[in-house]
Design a protein around this ligand. Sequence first.
Ligand SMILES: [Zn+2]
Length: 187
Amino acid sequence: MSSGCLICCATVRKSDIGLKFAPTQVKFLETLLFNRSNLRNLPYISMMNERPFTYVIELLHSAGLRPTRQRMALARLLFDEGNRHVTAEELHRDAKKARIPVSLSTVYNTLHQFTEAGLLHEVVVEPGRAYFDTNLASHHHFFFEDSGDIEDIPDNQVTISQLPDIPEGTELNRVDVVVRVGAQAQK
Ligand SMILES: [Zn+2]
């Protein structure tokens, strides 16, 4: 009998457990890994065990980040469902819903670590409101000032005809345009 390891996703055979852990730990691990009915009572672990974690581990490794359990769980929330824009508060809410035990400050730190490692782009739309964008391709955004939402604008819909000379000693990383829109004024 085998199951995906909760920590590293490697396939673990029941006979291997006794080789690596003390007898008191074996019972607990066997219950976690091989008793599916128990898993259902542990939503966090159940969620982590539903699908292979391999791709988030590879993603974190490729970005030079150690795949801790919290990073893996947050990475899945961020990258599982295609492109998304998320604030730290929204991701914290998602984590709570998925019963991932993580504080808002850890979510903040993790989002900034992911951004520094090149896994996310930060889009600051106004002071105190930053979105983290999983879409790393060059593109721009509408910012809906009434709702606070943002929406992608494809790169080819914005033409920038002139840019200033960039300051000496710097290089151009990217240009992102935020087009701010609000409800039409009543006539
Ligand atoms: Zn975007």
